[in-house]
Design a protein around this ligand. Sequence first.
Ligand SMILES: [Zn+2]
Ligand SMILES: [Zn+2]
Length: 235
Amino acid sequence: MKLNFIGNGSCFNTAFGNNSAYYLNKENQSLLLIDCGETVFERIMKQKLLENVKDLDILITHKHTDHIGSLSSLLFYCEYGKGIIPTVIYPDKSEMQQYLALVGNEPQAYKLINPEECEKYRIKEIKQEHSKFINAYGYILELEGKRIYYSGDTKTIQTPIIEALKKGVFDEFYQDVSRFETPAHLNIETLSNLFNKEERKKITCMHFDDEITKIKAESMGFDISKVKNNKDIER
Ligand SMILES: [Zn+2]
Ligand SMILES: [Zn+2]
């Protein structure tokens, strides 16, 4: 069970779409969406992803617009277009409530919980090194009995997480990468130096700056996040 991706691009890579993943349980008609950046709502609508969904959880990694930019529209659509009350999952609840109030989402139209309060999935947050101005989180998720690491945006991978991957603790491991050395993201070369060839196969790269970064990651032996129905959603 790999997560599906709505987009796997970085902030300025609108061609790949903003990085966003999801897990759809068709049987339960439930969808877990991870992040909802500027380009995500449009793609959700084009893919008719919410068509049979009765139960929507939205896990947010941080408040940069490539991760949260169309969350407000998605919540409005759930309220007026679908008549469902989605759950927003984020560690800093009052900050999120403030943000959503500022953009006009009514508090009764969504449920807001922190990861520990989530009963449907087991979710543990990891505070990441990404921005001086806002918090950013990665998550360890348990889905269908599988343990998944999802980095969100981060400059580093914490040592216990690296060790856990090497010990085979994770079934799936999703990591954002960058083409260049920046204070906000993990450079693909640095990531490559942390892991041997066998370990790299277990890491799915995401949040690509461009095609070159993707090709580079592939040539280093990393797994690459795949955007479903890419052709269908291109203009
Ligand atoms: Zn980002
Ligand atoms: Zn970011």
